[in-house]
Design a protein around this ligand. Structure first.
Ligand code: NAD
Length: 368
């Protein structure tokens, strides 16, 4: 059998960046470097068919530049589909700053980064992400108006997590409706993994509906405090997947749905806030389906945060954003129907619908 060659490694004629851009179908990738401030950043604009590319800036100590490039390409692509499936007029983008967020931050570095964002003229709108705080976004905003998600005290849309939690709750109820014929969660055993910003608010909604709540978090103080407040049970990290539950709500880390966890999983529904829950979207969506576990696609039901930020771009109220988050219920139900009609996984159905909207809008633009 002949060996499959990696064209990037095998040919000096192939530019690895352009090769990757083609594979993911990116519009533009901007490399930013400034010796004086130590800034090294990459801004990736995946698709602007629906509107300006919006996505946060992450500061991370990557092992090498290719790792940073892969991360920004993957994340920006994800933003395109999240915006599209949520009906927002936004494209997908993301930025990464390569560096140690504990030791390498300075006003000058973030202002320099802001100048790079500004040079794109609004094609890319940035926001906070891992490793960045509101203080640093304030520095960025000194050099560009294309910043979103600032605290309310700075004229922004503030903490997105309550809207995210509401959307996750709506997606979970839609999954219950599909799986059990009723969207009531009363008496259902729901395991929430991670009681941080989103998890805490989600637990509050579940408690008001008299669900039986099971909690897990690596922060023992927080999980014990939440358990006492809501009369919840606590499970250890290693017992999460084998615990007796109806719904698994991952609200901590990604890739928890994998070859090890899925065979153990007792739940009939997976619906949570974490990004990239499927370790491999081509394998694990199918594995869940084969086990009869209904998966509410993460990038659809956790879009409340993006919806909240969008109100800054579109000039809409918090109430309207909550209405849009509520609509995640209907969109999720529609996705379950499409998946079943087309005999594909729910993740594939969500991707299909997101792509179709982008294609339809692209056609509309060229026909005018
Ligand atoms: P957070 O940092 O406030 O909370 C995460 C919680 O998970 C913490 O309490 C942490 O102790 C816990 N945790 C970490 N590792 C764990 C582990 N191995 N097992 C159990 N618990 C663990 O984050 P958040 O803002 O609540 O976001 C939760 C998830 O949802 C993240 O994956 C995030 O990317 C995603 N998300 C958040 C938003 C938002 O609006 N905040 C929007 C979309 C997606």
């Amino acid at each position: 059998m002949s060996e499959v060659l990696d064209p990037v490694k095998e040919s000096l004629d192939v530019n690895p960046v352009i090769y990757k851009m083609e594979q993911y179908d990116h519009e533009q990738v901007v490399f930013c470097q400034d010796e004086a401030t130590g800034l090294k950043a990459i801004i990736a604009i995946h698709n602007t068919t629906l509107g300006p590319a919006l996505g946060g800036t992450r500061m991370w100590m990557y092992d090498n530049e290719m790792q940073a490039l892969n991360d920004v390409l993957r994340l920006s692509r994800g933003m395109t589909f999240k915006a599209s499936i949520s009906g927002l007029n936004l494209g997908g983008g993301k930025a990464v700053i390569i560096g140690d967020s504990y030791t390498q931050k300075s006003e000058a570095l973030f202002r320099r980064f802001g100048k790079f964002v500004n040079s794109l003229g609004g094609k890319y709108i940035t926001a906070e992400d891992v490793g960045i705080s509101p203080k640093e976004m304030e520095f960025v905003s000194m050099e560009t108006k294309h910043v979103s998600g600032l605290p309310e005290s700075m004229g922004g849309s503030g903490d997105p997590s309550p809207v995210t939690a509401y959307g996750v709750y709506m997606g979970m109820k839609a999954a219950a409706k599909r799986q059990w014929g009723t969207d009531s969660l009363s008496g259902k055993k729901v395991l929430v993994q991670g009681v941080g910003h989103v998890g805490q608010t989600l637990v509050d909604y579940l408690s008001k509906e008299n669900a039986q709540i099971i909690l897990c978090d690596i922060n023992q103080d927080r999980v014990n405090e939440m358990a006492a407040k809501y009369g919840a049970t606590v499970v250890d990290n290693e017992d999460v997947f084998s615990a007796d539950m109806d719904i698994y709500a991952p609200c901590a880390l990604g890739a928890t749905l994998n070859n090890d966890s899925i065979p153990q999983l007792k739940a009939e529904i997976v619906a949570g806030a974490a990004n990239n829950q499927l370790a491999d979207e081509n394998v694990h969506g199918k594995m869940l389906q084969e086990r009869g576990i209904l998966y509410a696609p993460d990038f659809l039901i956790n879009a409340g945060g993006l919806i909240n930020v969008y109100r800054e771009v579109a000039g809409i109220s918090r109430e309207k954003a909550m209405e849009q988050a509520e609509n995640i219920y209907n969109t999720t139900l529609g996705i379950f129907e499409t998946a079943s009609a087309e005999n594909i996984t729910t993740h594939e159905a969500a991707m299909e619908i997101a792509k179709r909207r982008i294609e339809a809008v692209a056609k509309l633009k060229t026909s005018l």
